[in-house]
Design a protein around this ligand. Sequence first.
Ligand code: COA
Length: 221
Amino acid sequence: MFCYTFKGLYKRENQTMMKTFIVFCFKDKSESEYGIGYKQIIIKNMEIKIRQEQENDYKVVYELIELAFRNMEESDHREHFLVERLRKSEAFIPELSLVAEKDGEIIGYILMTKVEIVSDVKAMSSLALAPVAVLPKYQGQGVGGTLICEVHKRAVELGYGSAVLLGHKDYYPKFGYKKAIDLGIEFPFEVSYEYCMAVELLPNALKNVRGMVKYSKPFIN
Ligand SMILES: CC(C)(COP(=O)(O)OP(=O)(O)OC[C@H]1O[C@@H](n2cnc3c(N)ncnc32)[C@H](O)[C@@H]1OP(=O)(O)O)[C@@H](O)C(=O)NCCC(=O)NCCS
């Protein structure tokens, strides 16, 4: 599965509109649709709206995250509390707190927050992707991937060139993530290096960067 973006025209309710499109491609094209939409995305015949989270979504998002991680062995089952703390922190970027909606129901959530990559000589701004969560009954249908592509795109629009995360080693490489250690980036946690990943959202954004990820306080506490 991969995605790319372009600007183009589409028709909706007899109106032609200009939008930035994400084309969302699945490995088996015969089974899937090419997705559309900066805001409206069709994946496997499911129409999804991606939008910035609002305050009145907090309760639903809290429950969604708790449910998504409930049966995940590697989880500490506290991700929903982490999001609550992150929203109140300086690391929070409202534009990078996104929900996926289907027919008005929130079925997915993603958040990117500020981090730094710190070396002896400098500190570089970057982002941490955490968490991404999809309601169990909608998992495996492209919602998580769509959220990741969209939050990456919006991060670039805000001027960010890279991101880091701790996560499933087989999932995130689909979206460009590589082992952070291969890029000279270390994590301040006692976790196998395989789960520590980083991505260049802009070409060569991490080329001459070496250092340790400095997470915001909510991740440490
Ligand atoms: C992980 C998660 C966000 C992915 O979202 P999703 O909508 O289910 O995933 P997508 O449909 O976009 O992608 C499906 C692909 O990812 C793979 N995938 C899903 N979860 C995976 C995992 N834990 N490890 C490895 N691959 C995984 C699927 O096998 C599938 O692969 P394919 O495209 O080769 O068939 C979602 O499953 C979820 O909420 N899980 C529980 C919470 C969680 O683990 N969050 C991430 C913390 S790092």
